[in-house]
Design a binder for this molecule. Structure first.
Ligand code: UD1
Ligand code: CA
Length: 472
């Protein structure tokens, strides 16, 4: 089955993703499907999997427009608003009204099953077409069926209905085969069946699941495809959110390892869905890599490191450190215990050692900030050495100012660079100086009060002490 083949096969398919439910069991102020797993919303995974089967049309039934979805999928997805969540059957009815006549097949998915795979969706569409069925359901045998709709079959093994958990009898509750809420329908059959459903049930909702029973009553053919338990896992509460995250993380880490990344302890490598990592990079334990981050090859990241929305070039070492919105050139070494806040850009072979904080700092090739420094709103040239304890005093309580350091400059330990200030190329500052005026190229800036030595101090002090004892 090649991609082109799929494209042709599924042009008649319209996908409906259900995402308008309140998600009461999450106990949350944000809509359930907008909760994140590995840096991506539950809904994004489902929409992503749906788009991967190349349907002719796709709509998301939502309670409101979700900016993130519009941003991620743009024009490729239509949003249908369901103002009141009157049930999955009601949501599908609303969506069908917006779907063009030419779409004869409908694929329905709940927005809370992020582990669903495109291959499974394709299989389900095939099963329905091959069997010339009005509907095909994706089901699974699960260890804990509580909360799910149960698949009820007759003595011949044919599906006759789906019973929701709150409506199920004791006998029905024992059934371990559950409804995934992923279905392939023949559009006209679905439309007809939905006209017959009513909210006469424990939750007073229009259940999409009731459409199955209605189709069976009309003598229509129904088929069921049994899938994997993980794929059908719906997220209804925070515990399921954590379970799904663990599984999704496993998938992400497996993919990276297949691509040639060493992950020392996959259980403690928390890597977001979209992160890219090059070959022969090692991820040490307790590493968090988030957002739109790209890491080159041959790097060593961690242990205990967090990187957010950053680009790290090849052969870098980053340990016990925290980076955000920054770019790191080839061969740099960062940490242990350093922090690059937003807007930093390191050239090649830069060393940022221990206990260094940087913000909006551009550092040229081969420069070093090895110990205990704060570099904020700074441009550092190439081949610069910044001594221990150096601080850019970039804030006067009202405004922030720039510090410029030229190529090959040598900043003495414990220099206070009181911005705005410029240190020229090949210039230096004396240790302990508070530099508030520019230092020209090739010059030494030194600001320090003169040292006084008090000769014979120790001896005199000893005598004073002895005198006091004698008096006592
Ligand atoms: C649903 C199924 C159940 C199945 C389970 C699988 C029904 C009645 N039940 O139950 O058989 O085992 O999924 O996970 O369909 N939604 C709307 N509008 C609404 C109500 C819900 O868009 O008015 C959306 C929700 O946002 C959610 C999806 O539909 O993404 C499923 O709703 P949910 O409340 O999670 O249904 P379950 O009780 O899990
Ligand atoms: Ca659900």
């Amino acid at each position: 089955m090649n991609v082109e083949g799929l494209e042709i096969q599924n042009v008649n398919v319209s996908v409906i993703v259900l995402a308008a439910g309140k998600g009461k069991r999450m106990k949350s102020a944000i809509p359930k499907v907008m909760h994140e797993v590995c840096g991506r919303t539950l809904l994004s995974y489902v929409v992503g999997a749906s788009l991967a089967v190349f349907p002719g049309d796709i709509c998301v039934v939502a309670a409101e427009e979700h900016d993130e979805i519009l941003k991620e999928f743009g024009q490729r997805v239509r949003i249908v608003i369901q103002e009141e969540p009157l049930g999955t059957g009601h949501a599908v009815t609303l969506a069908l009204k917006t779907i063009d006549e030419r779409f004869s097949e409908v694929l329905v998915l709940p927005g809370d099953c992020p582990l669903i795979l495109p291959e499974t969706l394709n299989k389900l569409l095939m099963v329905r077409r091959k069997g010339e069925c009005a509907a095909s359901l994706l089901t699974a045998d699960v260890k804990r069926p509580e909360g799910y709709g149960r698949i009820i079959r007759d003595h011949k093994g044919d599906v006759i209905k789906i019973v929701e958990d709150p409506d199920a009898s004791e006998e029905e509750k024992k059934v371990s085969e559950v409804n995934s809420s992923v279905y392939a329908f023949e559009r006209s059959a679905l439309e007809a069946a939905l006209k017959e459903i009513s909210p006469d049930n424990a939750q007073s909702e229009y259940y999409l699941t009731d459409a199955i029973q209605k189709l069976v009553a009309r003598g229509a053919r129904i088929s069921a495809l049994k899938g994997e338990e993980v794929e059908v896992t719906g997220v209804n509460n925070r515990k399921q959110l954590a379970e799904v995250r663990r599984y999704m993380q496993g998938r992400i880490n497996d993919r990276l390892m297949e691509e040639g990344v060493t992950i020392v302890d996959p259980e403690s490598a928390f890597i977001d869905w979209g992160v890219e990592i090059g070959q022969d990079t090692t991820i040490e334990p307790y590493v968090f890599i988030k957002g739109e981050t790209k890491i080159g090859s041959g790097c060593r990241i961690g242990p205990f490191t967090e990187i957010r929305n950053s680009i790290i070039d090849d052969n870098c070492t980053i340990e016990f450190s925290w980076l955000e919105d920054s770019e790191v050139g080839e061969g740099c070494s960062i940490g242990p215990y350093s922090r690059l806040r937003g807007g930093c850009s390191l050239g090649k072979f830069v060393k940022v050692g221990g206990f260094v904080e940087m913000k909006k700092a551009r550092v040229g090739d081969g420069s070093k900030v090895p110990h205990l420094s704060y570099m904020g709103d700074t441009q550092i040239g190439k081949g610069v050495n910044v001594g221990a304890g150096t601080i850019t005093c970039n804030f006067d309580g009202e405004r922030k100012y720039q510090t410029l350091i030229g190529d090959r400059a040598f900043i003495g330990s414990d220099t206070m660079l009181i911005a705005p200030v410029k240190i020229g190329d090949d210039a230096a500052t004396g240790a302990g100086s508070a530099i508030y005026e520019d230092v020209p190229d090739g010059s030494l800036g030194i600001e320090r009060s003169r040292q006084r030595n008090i000769y014979g101090w120790k001896e005199r002090r000893k005598k004073r002490k002895e005198g006091r004892k004698g008096n006592a």
